[in-house]
Ligand binder design. Structure first.
Ligand code: IMP
Length: 188
């Protein structure tokens, strides 16, 4: 089976990639005893994913995968976007609190999660993207998931990602959709 290394140590992400890319043996940097930590200096999800995929390829010499994702809020001109993880400088709860503050009094609360996944093997760069749409709630609901999940009401599910099961979220998530698109492109 073709080996591919994911530029992340996140166990949940690794499981998701393994489940979706059935034709590949998906390894983590840790599986290869590689310390991987690279600064995300790009201004788009694509740029950050390419930075990570290429940096990991330099370290392992095997085909790599990297993803970058975030929340884009229409009334905030796409913010927090690539700064989603670092929006408030604090925890997930701090990020959510800041988001609700920024949107207070605004009627347009539409938003989407976006994900870009990049495959790199030294020659070929393959990009796939996915998105999932909804709106930001007035207050947090649910304790599932991570990040902005409790304040993101999914149009597809009719509830917040925080109130959804993992399987429900994975059936409509930006990352799952990008993975389906990537799987199709890698087959070509
Ligand atoms: P990363 O691409 O895993 O580095 O995610 C960047 C940041 O975007 C996370 O730290 C979260 O703040 C946010 N984010 C990305 N995907 C999700 C999601 O599925 N749910 C909630 N927040 C997310």
């Amino acid at each position: 089976m073709k080996r591919i290394v994911l530029a992340s140590g996140n166990a949940g992400k690794l499981a998701e990639f393994r489940a979706m890319l059935k034709g590949y043996e998906v390894l983590s940097p840790k599986d290869l005893n590689i310390e991987f930590d690279v600064e995300e200096t790009g201004s788009t999800f694509y740029e950050n994913a390419v930075i990570k995929a290429k940096a990991l390829y330099e370290l392992c010499g095997l085909p790599t995968l990297a993803d970058d994702s975030g929340l884009c809020v229409d009334a905030l001109n796409g913010a927090p976007g690539v700064f989603s993880a670092r929006y408030s400088g604090g925890s997930d709860a701090d990020n959510n609190a800041k988001l609700l503050r920024e949107l207070s009094g605004k009627t347009d609360r539409s938003a989407h999660f976006a994900c870009c996944i990049v495959y790199y093997d030294g020659e070929r760069t393959v990009e796939a993207t996915g998105a999932t749409y909804g709106r930001i709630t007035e207050k947090a609901d649910g304790v599932g998931g991570f990040g902005y999940d409790p304040v993101f009401f999914s149009d597809d599910l009719g509830k917040t990602f925080g109130a959804a099961t993992e399987a429900e979220k994975n059936s409509v998530s930006h990352r799952a959709r990008a993975l389906v698109a990537l799987d199709a492109k890698l087959e070509m």
